[in-house]
Design a protein around this ligand. Sequence first.
Ligand code: TXA
Ligand code: MG
Length: 315
Amino acid sequence: MQTTLTDSAEEAAAILNSGRVVAFPTETVYGLGASIYHPEAIKRVFQAKGRPGDNPLIVHIYSLEQLADIAVEINSDARKLIDRFFPGPLTLVLKKNPLIPDAVTGGLATVGVRCPANPVAREFLRLSACPVAAPSANLSGLPSATSWEAVYEDLEGKIDCVLRGNPSSIGLESTIVDCSGSKPLLLRAGAITFEQLQTVVPEIATNTNPDKQAPPKSPGLKYPHYAPKAAIILCHTDETRSVAPSSAYIGLSEPPEGISLFKRCQNLEEYGCELFSFFRRCDSKGIERIYCELPSNQGLGRAIRDRLMRAAGKK
Ligand code: TXA
Ligand code: MG
């Protein structure tokens, strides 16, 4: 299959509306979209990524008016979070409208909804005839794609179109909050931090101590994630004086001695933004080990820690 590259949101939306599969930019990471009402296209999203069918997709909307088509029983906590953080890098898990096909939600009674803020995403979603189901636009298990080039590298020949935009400004997937139960639960850390969420819904809990016997709240979290080919070594740089050959480093501190490739970030925002593209660069250069400085669990550090621990197979 030929993958069309385009800068036109109109062309990309026309391809999506005809029942085909289109990757598009968002401020978090690139998404791989299909119309929620085209079952064949939804199936192809799973096939292109090599994604297990029980892992639900997030539904992307342009306008809050579309919410009623997607979710029911939207409680007051969800309303508050929507008022404060939509559009933006937040996904809410809500009770699903029965009209949403099971293929989108992996058979769950809930649905993830997100309204991105990126202007190209908004234009694409506005021109799309219906809500767009989209996982991150990468091969399953690999780091999410934060540029159209990374999407193309993973999915060329497997999808119909890539809508080209700028690199994602945040570079980490959205924060996910489950609002389908009696109190809000943070399922995935992201750029909307736990502390920011607490200012709006003080009752919110973290999912850090899930009952190991119970099915995971977010099915995707049980699969390996974000892993480059290189081994990930979590480090505190003051403990890491020198390293094995063919090693790379990313973090906020000075790199250890003997590093072949490194990215020293000025702050957590830059760290989050660069992380996945750095992983991909290391793989393209045949790096064997990536030393990653583990930030504290505060603010955006929580999301970066989460991705690093998963990439290292420690979560
Ligand atoms: O920033 C993002 O969220 C990006 C952009 C494209 O919007 N999307 C994204 O999708 O990261 P994906 O499929 O790579 O990750 C979505 C996660 C998965 O772990 C999935 O299991 C979880 O969200 N999820 C989706 N619907 C859910 C639901 N109803 N209940 C619990 N978890 C859900
Ligand atoms: Mg993903």
